[in-house]
Design a protein around this ligand. Sequence first.
Ligand SMILES: NC(=O)c1ccc[n+]([C@@H]2O[C@H](COP(=O)([O-])OP(=O)(O)OC[C@H]3O[C@@H](n4cnc5c(N)ncnc54)[C@H](O)[C@@H]3O)[C@@H](O)[C@H]2O)c1
Length: 349
Amino acid sequence: MKIAVLLAQNHQVTAVDVAKERVDMINALKCPIVDAELETFLSDKPLKLRATLDAEAAYSDAEFVIIATPTDYDTDTNYFDTSSVEAVIDQVSAVNPAATIVIKSTIPVGFVQRLRAERGINTLMFSPEFLREGQALYDNLHPSRIIVGSQSEAEAIKLFANTYLAMRVAFFNELDSYAMAGGMEARQIIAGTGHDPRIGNHYNNPFFGYGGYCLPKDTKQLLANYSEVPQNLIRAIVDANHTRKDFLADQIIAKAPNVVGIYRLVMKAGSDNFRRSSIQGIMKRIKAKGIKVVVFEPVLQQDDFFGSAVVRDLETFKQVSDVIVANRLTDEIRDVESKIFTRDLSGTD
Ligand SMILES: NC(=O)c1ccc[n+]([C@@H]2O[C@H](COP(=O)([O-])OP(=O)(O)OC[C@H]3O[C@@H](n4cnc5c(N)ncnc54)[C@H](O)[C@@H]3O)[C@@H](O)[C@H]2O)c1
C-alpha cells in the first residue's frame, strides 16, 4: 500500500488485492490502515493510482510487479508460509514473463535463489521493507537504507535486523523482570545502562513481550534458517518472549483479581494493528487460570474477542475491572492508576 502510494506520485500504479473492501477504499482514496502520512497523501496528493481485483489484467502490462502479500509463520512446517508470494509470482509469469518482480514481503533466507532455480525466472529480486507500524509511509520516504538483492544476503539482512530489534526489546524486558523480582527500580537501571553511548537511551522501554506482526515470526524464521548452524542466542531470543509473558501473567494472577481488564490490544499507541501483540499472550495465560477477562479496544468491531466481552464504554470498563492490564499507559486511564498493571516506564515505544 505505502509503496503503491509512493510510486504513484510519478508512475502509473495499479494496486491488486484479493480483499474487495481494500480495493474499494483505495479507489475512494481512503486509507485502509491507520497511518497519518498515508492518509494525507491519499487525500491531498495527485496520485496516478487505481486498485483492482483483476490481477491478470494488472500484471499483464506492468514493467514492475511489487509483491507485499502476507508471509505468516506456519507452526506445522516451522517456516514462513510463502504461498501467497508464490501464487503472485506464478500469476505474473503466466501473463507477463518479462516483468521484473520485486518481493517486499519478508521471506526465508534462500527463497529467491530457490524460486529462480525452480521456476526458471531470472527477473525475481528481493528488497526488504524496514518500517515502523503506524509510520510506514514516513519510513519509506526517509529510508534508513535501501537494499535490493537477488542473492540470499538481502533476505538475511532483513531477518537479522528484525531479530536484533527483538533481542534489544527482550533484553530490556528481562532487565525489567529482574528488577521486579528483586524490588528494584527498573527505570533507574535502564537509564544508567543507556548512558553509555554504545548502548544509548533509545528503544529501551519495557514491553509485555516483543510483538506486532513481524518480530515474533521473523525471529522464528531466522532460527529455522539456523537448522544446520550452531547457535545459542537466536533460540534464546525466541524463548525469552514466552518466559517474559509467563512471569508477568503470574504477577497479575497473584493479585487474585475476579475480573481483569485488557486495555487496548494494539502494540503501540497510534496503531490499529493488534496482530500478534504481546498483551494477547498475557490475556491467554490469565484466561487459562479461569479468571474473567474483559477487553477495551475501540478498533474491534465485534462484541466478543476469543470468549471475552468487549466493553465499549471506558468508564464501565474501569469500573468492572479489578486489575487493568495496559501495555502502554495513556492519559485516559491515569485516573484509575491504582488498578493499573503496566511496564510502560517512559511513555515511549
Ligand atoms: N507491516 C509491516 O510493518 C511490515 C514491515 C516489513 C515487512 N513486512 C512484510 O510485508 C508482508 C505484508 O505485510 P503487511 O503487514 O502489509 O500485511 P497485510 O495483511 O496488511 O497486507 C497484505 C495484503 O495482501 C493481500 N493479499 C493476500 N494474498 C494476496 C494475493 N494472492 N494477491 C494479492 N493480494 C493478496 C491481503 O488481502 C492484504 O490486503 C509480510 O511478509 C510482512 O512480513 C511488513
